[in-house]
Design a protein around this ligand. Structure first.
Ligand SMILES: [Fe+2]
Length: 296
């Protein structure tokens, strides 16, 4: 069923007390400026939106995502769509539909998305938000978890909030690669090279003005001016705190769910699934950030 109700009949229903809201009454393939403005308003109140039953094409997904900003081209060459470079193929099959052998760099890289992260935290200007279309979803596993980092910040002890507000984390795409054997950071054939960057650990949202904890465990290589062992211990504590069940919505995919999240106040992770046998094909468009990360 394709939802084609007029834009003024868009409805929103929470799926979780803190994060995750289902949006009905809009056809993303035909969403115009008015509909997207309405969606943006809803998005600023609910950092993760779920649009069920939206069988959009890649071109329609790109057109929809461009209402919210320019689109990134992902540094992993093998995960880009050959027809649409703005489409990042979060897929364990190649474009011919063959399952990726587990020892291929493309498969290993994909496995890193199972870790908690924020999209494009390795860029000087991290992504504003992402739109993800679930095309083929496994029957078991492969759920995506989302944490509301506003709520995490609000729940941190005041003393910790003050301490973190003084700190900047170093984020590096090479660090992602170092987490898996067989991925070479200096491999120009597979990955665009990117220098390490640093971002504040507490950030301010440019639209809502709210503060959130900004961590992205898979790219955080250290903290400026802090010994690595101390930084790693602090990261471990923050990750454990931020991923408590109360902050997290678990998205169980149905085919042609389209979801969009705000990377400026959330982080996410993928639950394991049988990647050697079960197909999981999702297409992501990633919206370019609206400026450097704002400190608290
Ligand atoms: Fe991601």
């Amino acid at each position: 069923m394709s939802v084609t109700a007029p834009n003024n009949e868009i409805t929103v229903e929470r799926r979780h007390p803190l994060i995750g809201a289902e949006v009905l009454g809009v056809d993303l393939a035909r969403a115009d400026d008015d509909a997207c403005n309405r969606i943006r308003e809803i998005w600023m109140r609910h950092p993760l939106l779920v649009f069920p039953d939206q069988p959009i094409s890649d071109a329609e997904q790109i057109a929809f995502a461009k209402h919210f900003g320019a689109l990134e081209v992902h540094p992993s060459v093998e995960h880009r769509s050959s027809r649409h470079p703005e489409i990042y193929r979060v897929a364990n099959v190649d474009e011919a539909g063959r399952l990726l052998p587990a020892d291929k760099p493309a498969a290993k890289y994909l496995g890193l998305t199972w870790l908690w992260h924020t999209d494009s935290s390795f860029r000087a200007v991290p992504s504003l938000g992402s739109v993800l279309h679930g095309i083929e979803v496994p029957a078991e596993g492969g759920d995506t978890l989302f944490a509301n980092m506003y709520a995490v910040y609000d729940a941190l002890p005041a003393e910790m909030r003050r301490r973190l507000a003084q700190l900047r984390a170093v984020h590096s795409h090479d660090y992602v690669m170092s987490l898996t054997d067989g991925l070479a950071p200096a491999d120009d054939d597979h990955f665009t090279q990117l220098d390490a960057v640093s971002h504040p650990l507490i950030r301010r949202h440019p639209v809502t003005g709210r503060r959130s904890l900004f961590i992205s465990p898979h790219t955080m290589a250290g903290i400026e001016g802090m010994p690595d062992s101390e930084a790693r211990a602090l990261f471990d504590d923050l990750i454990a705190f931020a991923t408590r069940d109360s902050f997290v919505y678990r998205h169980k995919w149905r085919p042609h769910d389209v979801i969009m999240w705000d990377n400026r106040c959330t982080m996410h992770a993928v639950m394991p699934y049988d990647a050697a046998n079960a197909r999981r094909v999702m297409h992501r468009t990633t919206i370019v950030g609206d400026g450097p990360v704002l400190p608290a």
